[in-house]
Design a protein around this ligand. Sequence first.
Ligand SMILES: [Zn+2]
Ligand SMILES: [Zn+2]
Length: 133
Amino acid sequence: MNKSISGRCHCGSVEWEAKLPPKIVLNCHCHMCRELSGADYSSWVVMKSNQFTLVKGSDILSRYQATEKFSKSFCSKCGSTVSCVNDEKFPDHIYVARGNISSEIELAVNLQVYTDDKADWLVLNEAIPVYNP
Ligand SMILES: [Zn+2]
Ligand SMILES: [Zn+2]
């Protein structure tokens, strides 16, 4: 198993690397994640902030303050979500968008959260533990 992973946005302006292991790999079904991603849910690799390194695109990365305590970083050119930070609950952690990982590595989702808010049409994978804070 590689000791690190890399990822990029769609247009390639933003590239990052991250050291493994992550703290947790989760799918979040909350309304905010659904709205921010435009997808049924968001898939995040959660790690300590210092495990994550932006390799390219610091000038292109934009930040959207979604709530007082929650911000999302994205590529201002192609719009790809890069990461999120939850300053309220996990200020020293970063949520990295799992879908942008470009290296070949198996990072199974080990938790699904806010499933009470999940999209009506979505059928949950019952093999993955659920947590509703
Ligand atoms: Zn981009
Ligand atoms: Zn969420």
